[in-house]
Design a binder for this molecule. Structure first.
Ligand SMILES: Cc1cc2nc3c(=O)[nH]c(=O)nc-3n(C[C@H](O)[C@H](O)[C@H](O)COP(=O)(O)OP(=O)(O)OC[C@H]3O[C@@H](n4cnc5c(N)ncnc54)[C@H](O)[C@@H]3O)c2cc1C
Length: 443
């Protein structure tokens, strides 16, 4: 049987797979992206904190520290190229306890050694003056002006569109089931056919360990846990900066994030995983209480949505934590990103570029002079408003469908319909009708 041959197959269309495919096309590397779901960016990439980290949390000299500071510095240019909103709002890590001061001081020292611009320790009164919503009694705050926020799935989808515009091929609804190593590369079996390739980039998120095990051993095992989130209406009062709460000497409290779209997002502490991407009554109750405690004036009556996230925590088989980013290269031309959690969004383009550079060197590939890093955002508008809350028009929705949205959720993640106060109860029906009528369009 004739099998289609590619230079590179990228497994998984989350933000890391999309950024890897985009960057592979900077070289003449024929690329196929395989995604098991009906759309890209529906896994970890759709449920996270949307923070562009400054880089003081990471150990000096680690890959995480290097890529976070670089990813943060390059984020404005990346978002300009891909026409995705980015807000460099800054952040405060606040503590109310003297016992946390040594830990905060170590973070400040890490930040300085990692080259985080402008990082500094503030007194309690200075922090309270900057963020009047904070509960009074702040003991100290670590201020990082370079912290920002970006919509993770918008950035991932923009990278995906840019990869496709630069010639990457894509197959959705295509789960990789088996991988066989051959003398000159790999055979990849999927539910939609079998392909041959010289290189594999495993970006399978929550199942990246299992995908690597289809062909090679790995000493890394992913243990999943969860975090819960609240989303508030943009009209709710919010802090100007991201607020991290250093709750105990060794722990992290809630995080309040003024998102680039104007909503306040609040994330809770980690919990054992029950049902993936689901919330729990106890988790939400705890989150409501902790939010009210840190930000007493917060308008919790303006919560419009809650959601659960899943974190892939990498451990060695011997139980040891893996604290740095882990890029495995278990066989010739086989590269795995395993257990890339926070700050994987901040570093997504840097990780994608690193993977592509490794691939280009392995193949001895030439640069692609036709590569265009720019992508246009959806800007078509007409007078027919379909989503009343977010003022999204029919023309924008049709453009989202033309670019590949095949469900109401896919339209939502491309143009923001259904993101407002009514959470899609008024526009979903009309969008379904448009999908029925125009859903055969594709990129
Ligand atoms: C709770 C949480 C909060 C976070 N907050 C931040 C933050 O504020 N800032 C920051 O910088 N980073 C943050 N991160 C990290 C960041 O979100 C992740 O590193 C990033 O989204 C990971 O993307 P991914 O592409 O690896 O995973 P995913 O988005 O899950 O993509 C993997 C894809 O692979 C597909 N797939 C899996 N198996 C197969 C198969 N066999 N065949 C085909 N396709 C397959 C899946 O369907 C999925 O689409 C956070 C992470 C978590 C979990």
């Amino acid at each position: 049987m004739d099998m289609k041959q590619f230079d590179a197959i990228v497994i998984g269309g989350g933000i890391l797979g999309c950024m890897t495919a985009r960057n592979l096309r900077r070289w003449k590397i024929q690329t196929l992206l395989l995604e098991k779901e009906d759309d890209v960016c529906k896994g970890i990439t759709r449920a996270n904190s949307a923070i562009v980290y400054a880089g003081y949390d990471n150990k000096p000299g680690s890959l995480k520290a290097e890529l976070t500071v670089r990813g943060n510095a390059n984020m404005a240019k990346l978002c300009e190229e891909l026409e995705v909103p980015f807000s460099r709002c800054g952040s405060l890590l606040v503590t109310y306890e003297e016992v946390s001061l040594p830990k905060m001081q170590r973070k400040l020292e890490n930040g300085i050694r990692n080259g985080v611009p402008g990082v500094q320790m503030l007194t309690g009164p200075e922090a309270e003056a900057m963020e009047p919503m904070l509960k009074k009694g702040v003991v100290a705050a670590l201020y990082a002006p370079s912290t920002g926020t970006v919509n993770p799935w918008q950035l991932g989808i923009a990278a995906f569109e840019n990869a496709v515009a630069n010639g990457a091929e894509v197959m959705l609804n295509t789960e990789v089931l088996k991988i066989r190593e051959q003398d000159d590369g790999y055979v990849v079996e999927t539910a939609q056919g079998t392909f041959r390739c010289s290189m594999i980039f495993n970006c399978a998120g929550l199942t990246a360990d299992k995908v690597q095990k289809m062909a090679f051993a790995t000493t890394i095992r992913l243990e999943l846990d969860s975090a819960e989130y609240l989303v508030l209406d943009p009209a709710a009062q919010k802090p100007e900066r991201v607020i991290f709460h250093q709750a105990k000497s060794c722990g992290k409290g809630i995080t309040a994030i003024p998102c680039s779209e104007g909503n306040l997002l609040v994330s809770g502490v980690r919990k054992p995983l029950d049902i993936p991407f689901a919330t729990t009554v106890e988790g939400l109750q705890e989150l409501y209480a902790a939010t009210k405690e840190l930000l007493p004036q917060v308008q919790l009556e303006k919560v419009i949505r809650s959601f659960g996230a899943v974190r892939p925590n990498p451990h060695r088989e011997n139980g040891e934590n893996v604290n740095d980013f882990c890029i495995e290269n278990p066989g010739p031309g086989f590269y795995s990103l395993i257990g890339i959690k926070t700050p994987g969004l901040t570093c997504a383009n840097e990780l994608g570029l690193l993977m592509a550079e490794k691939g280009a060197e392995y193949l001895g590939a030439e640069k692609n002079p036709a590569f265009d890093p720019k992508r246009k955002a959806i800007s078509e508008k007409d007078n027919e408003i379909i989503c009343q809350c977010e003022k999204i028009t029919r023309a924008e929705i049709l453009e989202a469908i033309r670019r590949g949205a095949s469900t109401v959720d896919g339209v939502k993640r491309r143009v923001g319909s259904g993101m407002g106060r009514c959470q899609g109860s008024r526009c979903s029906y009309a969008i379904e009708r448009l999908l029925e009528e125009y859903g055969q369009w594709s990129m």
